[in-house]
Design a protein around this ligand. Structure first.
Ligand code: PHE
Length: 448
């Protein structure tokens, strides 16, 4: 007999965990830099539309399949299948979800490791350890390996403690801290010279930048940001009590995710222009705003350096924010393979965590030693293709394969008068037809 399944103890606990999964580097780094690279508010508008019209319905598909099946993605998709073909497809998609979630974690842990190293840097400076400070911010393989290991270790410690004592407890502690840090940093940065120019770049739309490529970036960003396609939300849904309303909780998770991404833009873009005012280069040679690692690891630290002593504290606050955001997301990624190992391989939670955590760390190490060849490739395969395509499969399962009366019954649990809501009237059809078509159309469009 296997141990009883974990369950979130309250809807607040679930909300913090699911929002914690959603809110991550994708919001605080990915979203603002995508905005900067794609015509400011034009991207924001497209993103908001896609988040509510596409990502929210897919999120609902994952949450309802998960809560219904009370199992990991492989078992859940097999469980709602109706014949050998759908069972086969379900098994393949379920395994792909687990692999993609693990691949995402393998690169995410490297990036989060950079955040830990940059968090340690101001402490080294305060203690006068100049050499260590230089090592911490240099980009050596040894440094990357060390901090990826530290971050992966933290993720494993939380997951080893289980759903209530690990995921729920840490998410409810860390998410409020994240919001407070974010607001404090915004309040500080907005009063620095140059900040208003950043707000303009963020909030004034340049619709001439709209293109199929922009649509695809916005879609990828929405899928990544809401942790979709890879069974993360499915497994969190499987730990949710039948007394909670799924449509309401799903909407809240989407709102928090989008809200924090938007708010993070109020920090990052003004901070870039404040950095420019202080003498840092914020445009690349091609005349584009610096986005990727250069922004977080060079432009912003250069800005903190110009702020003297207070800059050390701002740096600590900023990288603590990034670390918290990463950790509440990485635990949700690791839970995907761990739940599979527990449920399908009959392992206990602690050894399952150790085993999957170490395998993923081995993949991270491989990426670190072949960074130029592998990093971009893994990011693109897992997030640009893996997540949206698996999203299509989940919609097909929720809309076409799952028995309709069972789907509707699952939605009624915890939401008694749902028949009278707009959600009920629209969503089941919408997820069946509109969502898969929209996702596929976005792909086809970029190939033309
Ligand atoms: N949503 C997380 C972020 O924005 C990333 C993530 C992707 C988490 C997939 C879980 C699964 O950073």
């Amino acid at each position: 007999m296997s141990a009883p399944r974990g369950q979130f103890t309250s809807n607040f606990g679930f909300l913090m965990a699911a929002a914690g999964s959603a809110v991550g580097l994708g919001n605080i780094w990915g979203f603002p830099t995508n905005v900067a690279a794609n015509g400011g508010a034009a991207f924001v508008v497209v993103y908001l539309l896609l988040a509510f019209m596409l990502a929210y319905p897919v999120l609902m598909a994952e949450l309802s399949i998960g809560r219904h099946a009370r199992r990991n993605m492989v078992q859940a998709l097999r469980g709602i299948s109706t014949g050998p073909v759908s069972r086969g497809v379900g098994t393949i998609a379920g395994f792909s979800g687990i692999i993609v979630a693990s691949l995402i974690l393998s690169f995410y842990a490297i990036v989060a490791g950079w955040m830990v190293a940059h968090l340690a840097d101001p402490f080294a400076t305060l203690m006068g350890a100049e050499e260590s400070a230089q090592w911490l911010t240099g980009n050596s393989a040894a440094r990357n390996l060390t901090f990826t290991a530290i971050f992966s270790g933290l993720t494993m410690l939380i997951i080893a403690s289980g759903v209530e004592k690990g995921i729920e407890r840490w998410s409810t502690l860390l998410m409020p801290a994240l919001i407070i840090l974010l607001l404090l940093l915004i309040a500080y940065v907005l009063f620095q010279p140059g900040a208003m120019q950043g707000l303009e770049a963020y909030l004034i739309p340049d619709f001439s930048k709209l293109s199929p490529q922009l649509m695809l970036s916005a879609m990828g960003q929405a899928f990544f940001s809401l942790s979709l396609g890879v069974g993360t939300m499915l497994i969190y849904g499987s730990y949710l009590s039948k007394q909670e309303s799924l449509p309401r909780l799903g909407a809240l998770v989407t709102l928090i995710d989008v809200g924090i991404a938007f708010t993070a833009g109020l920090l990052i873009l003004p901070a870039m222009y404040v950095a420019q005012e202080a003498g840092t280069q914020i445009y690349s040679e091609a005349g584009e705003l610096i986005a990727g690692p250069g922004l977080i690891l060079q432009v912003l630290p250069a800005l903190f350096d110009t702020m003297g002593h207070s800059g050390l504290f701002v740096a600590i606050a900023f990288f603590a924010l990034m670390l918290i955001a990463s950790l509440t997301s990485s635990i949700s990624m690791l839970e995907v393979p761990v739940a599979f190992a527990i449920e399908n391989l009959g392992m206990k939670r602690k050894p399952a965590t150790l085993l999957t955590g170490l395998v993923i760390f081995a993949v991270s190490s491989l990426i670190i030693f072949n960074f130029d060849a592998l990093f971009g490739l893994v990011v693109s395969v897992s997030t640009e293709y893996g997540q949206p395509l698996l999203g299509v499969v989940l919609c097909v399962f929720a809309g076409w394969i799952w028995r309709r009366d069972q789907l509707l019954k699952e939605l009624q649990e915890g939401h008694p008068h749902i028949e009278q809501t707009l959600f009920w009237k629209i969503w089941p059809w919408y997820v069946r037809i509109v969502c898969p078509l929209l996702i596929l159309a976005a792909f086809v469009q970029t190939m033309l």
